[in-house]
Design a protein around this ligand. Structure first.
Ligand code: GDP
Length: 452
């Protein structure tokens, strides 16, 4: 059985536009209840790589708004009853209306899984509505523009995550297998040992196929399996780096290669030369990785050249440089290894997967707010103009990298060091070492909107 996905929402939020965007082929509705066909459109669609039946309830738009609640019980209720998943569409430009809240309360009672879709969000226009939508209690909304086709990738991903796994033997329409490979880049200064490390990681025999095109023109991807058999696509920009060697603009082009690699990758391994670790250029590359929101692991290469009695001192020096130069990546993994001999290399991929997991992590809202309440109690926000700033609650708006929004009043006046206090606390409490964390502040008049 194909899962049924119903599109629900009050009139004019853009249900039909979304339906038409997502639908592949209309199918006739077989329904023996008179009048129902007018209220529902169905289509075959592929959402998040899964074949689904998409149901639109846009016929409801004919109803005058004040009777929406009544009409809903006919058309929408049937659609929701049949649905395995509900896409609840809001108008990001208009923000929440009483009708939205009514739908929300009713959907909550239905107990069906719901994805909040904030439509008309092109060019940030729907931003206010997007943040308002959190208050409905269905978790993180997806911002889309059905008309302009924006945000649909994220919607597909969310649908995929929300639908029950297909039964064994059922085919997926998407790419073969459901395991997505990890996209990894190896970056660093010239001569740090990047090529040696890549060759060491991808023994010829483990390279699955030849190089594949990357997302951008200047990168290729090398698919391989690590020692645990997990799929990795190594982002390689060797072509760009080679070009750097034959021109005099070496600095510039190798920076370009690094930026391309960072953009393509999910996790970045920064290769350091243990004889000269964390020089200015290394710090600059690590800061770039942070700015691009990537998870980072440091490979302390050429460890074989560091005399055993000096190793502790080198480790300490690296830790100190990290604390002063890269505070925003506190706790990042440092793996001493020798790409040349292979010693220590086996510890690299486990560190990479751990960073990847932290980078992907989603913290349940309850646990997050328990931490938040304790953090605020331990160290309350300061007084501004004689009044205390109120911070009400925190929510994770996305992962990859973990991004959070704190809601409160007059949050624009919150001092930088308090934001740092919260960010560092989050990193420690949630085990997000070495992962960039995004924390933004929103002022809202009344974040707790009653559904009923
Ligand atoms: P890239 O420019 O970062 O790709 O660096 P390469 O991989 O070409 O390595 C630069 C030089 O460092 C080469 O001569 C390598 O043999 C050497 N090298 C790389 N890794 C190690 C290592 O772990 N130990 C030692 N002793 N030499 C290394």
């Amino acid at each position: 059985m194909r899962p049924v996905v119903a599109i629900i929402g009050r009139p004019n939020v853009g249900k039909s536009t979304l339906f038409n965007r997502l639908a592949r082929r209309r199918i006739a509705i077989v329904d023996d209840t008179p009048g129902v066909t007018r209220d529902r459109k169905e289509a075959e669609a592929v959402l998040g790589g899964r074949d689904v039946t998409l149901v639109d309830t846009a016929g409801l738009e004919e109803a005058p708004p004040e009777t929406v609640a009544g009409r809903m019980t006919a058309g929408s209720a049937r659609a929701v009853d049949l649905a395995d998943l509900v896409l609840f569409v809001l108008d990001g430009r208009e923000g929440l209306t009483p009708a939205d809240r009514h739908f929300a309360a009713w959907l909550r009672r239905s107990g069906k899984p719901v994805i909040l879709v904030v439509n008309k969000a092109e060019g940030r226009a729907g931003e206010a509505g997007y943040y308002d939508a959190f208050a409905l209690g269905f978790g993180e909304p997806v911002a889309v523009s059905a008309e302009h086709g924006e945000g649909l990738g994220e919607l597909h991903a969310r649908v995929r995550a929300a639908l029950p796994e297909p039964a064994a033997g059922e085919d997926e329409t998407g790419e073969a297998g459901s395991v997505r490979p990890l996209r990894l880049a190896v970056v660093g200064r010239p001569n740090a040992g990047k090529s040696t490390l890549v060759n060491r990681l991808i023994g010829e025999e483990r390279l699955l196929t030849g190089p594949e095109p990357g997302i951008t023109r200047d990168a290729i991807a090398l698919p391989w399996r690590d020692a645990e058999g997990r799929l990795v696509r190594l982002v390689d920009t060797a072509g760009l780096r080679r070009r750097a060697r034959v021109t005099d603009k070496l600095e510039k082009l190798s920076t370009a290669a690094t930026i391309v690699a960072l953009r393509e990758a999910e996790v970045v391994v920064l290769v350091l030369d243990a004889l000269a670790p964390l020089e200015a250029q290394d710090i600059a590359i690590a800061a770039l990785a942070e700015r691009e929101g990537r998870a980072l692991v440091l490979a302390l290469n050429k460890w074989d050249l560091v005399p055993v009695k000096e190793r502790d001192a080198v480790r300490r020096a690296v830790a100190e440089r990290l604390a002063t130069g890269l505070a925003q990546l506190k706790g990042v993994s440092v793996v001493p290894l020798s790409a040349l001999s292979g010693a220590g290399v086996e510890a690299l991929m486990p560190a990479v997967w751990a960073a990847y997991a932290a980078w992907n992590s989603r913290v349940p809202t309850g646990a997050l707010n328990r931490w938040f309440a304790a953090a605020i109690e331990r160290h309350p926000p300061p007084l501004v103009d004689g009044r205390r700033l109120k911070l009400r609650y925190i929510t994770q708006v996305k992962a990859r990298p973990p991004s959070f929004v704190v809601f409160g009043t007059r949050t624009g006046r919150l001092p930088e060091d308090y934001v740092r206090y919260l960010t560092n606390g989050l990193r420690e409490a949630l085990g997000l070492a070495g992962v960039p964390i995004r924390l933004t502040l929103r002022s809202s008049r009344n974040p707790y909107v009653e559904g009923d």
